[in-house]
Design a protein. Structure first.
Length: 266
């Protein structure tokens, strides 16, 4: 579905690359979670992977086609990006209007959304459980509400690949679970290839099929979540000793990761 091949990126003027020889593949109906300490290059990876910045070397492909050969409109029809949620106080649109913006890649240049786009936007708002936000001004929304609007805006384009930058950061427990549950459904029911940055190892263990762990030295460990998410690897990446285990809840075992202490502290 979407893959990155031997990709390297260096910021102008930087003495060394922030990303070096990065490779991974995310098939349809699967989720890749990207984790690492602050400054490891997670957001840079997403932005460069989807073409907002240019790789020094290497490439991103969708179904074997380099995205560098695709027009912005063509790419927008197959891939949607949800940036980190920002303060919506300056967004002069309702929730419904914001979601309809996501249909732009499928519309003629300068065309205005019509009844068809409104119907599709309302359907997606219902799908993500946010139909009650349709008429609410974005400027009055909470962070969790606006995050659901941004996800709905991405989905209304009917993409095959969904890329999200820290979709659950800054949200309370309830809204975190709502976002994680939605991503699980999108993978299962829509068959999407989903890539997300997260600061929460427990979230990655819960929803990810694959995990890419980036260290502060920008080295990457990529593999199945069940094998990559172990105490030794997490300690080497984050410098934190963790306890990983199962918690029984209503007859099911729930995997949990608990940070215990800084590595080296006894």
């Amino acid at each position: 579905m979407i893959s990155v091949e031997n990709a390297t990126f260096t910021y102008p003027g930087a003495p060394s690359p922030i990303l070096t020889n990065v490779s991974f593949e995310v098939p349809e109906r699967s989720l890749l979670a990207i984790l690492g300490p602050n400054g490891a290059g997670k957001t840079t990876l997403l932005r460069t992977m989807i073409g907002l910045q240019k790789w020094d070397s290497g490439r991103t492909l969708i179904d074997g086609t380099p995205i560098s050969s695709m027009s912005t409109r063509a790419l927008g029809r197959v891939l949607s990006y949800v940036p980190q949620a920002r303060n919506a106080s300056n967004v002069a649109l309702t929730g419904l209007e914001m979601v309809m913006v996501g249909r732009a890649p499928h519309m003629r240049t300068l065309a205005q959304p019509g009844a068809r786009e409104e119907r599709m936007a309302r359907d997606v708002l219902d799908e993500v459980g946010a139909s009650h936000l349709a008429e609410m001004p974005c400027a009055t929304m909470s962070g969790g509400q606006f995050q659901m609007i941004l996800i709905a805006r991405a989905l209304v384009a009917d993409p095959r690949v969904l890329v999200l930058d820290e979709p659950e950061t800054g949200l309370d427990f309830r809204n975190q679970l709502i976002v994680l549950g939605l991503l699980e459904r999108l993978v299962r029911d829509r068959g999407l290839a989903v890539i997300m940055n997260t600061h929460y190892p427990a979230h990655a263990l819960r929803v990810a099929d694959q995990v890419a762990l980036f260290s502060s030295t920008h080295e990457a460990v990529v593999g199945p979540a069940s094998s990559v998410m172990n105490a030794d690897t997490l300690a080497s990446i984050f410098g934190v000793d963790v306890a990983i285990g199962s918690v029984a809840f209503e007859g099911e075992d729930v995997q949990a990761i608990v940070p215990v202490r800084l590595s080296g502290d006894k």
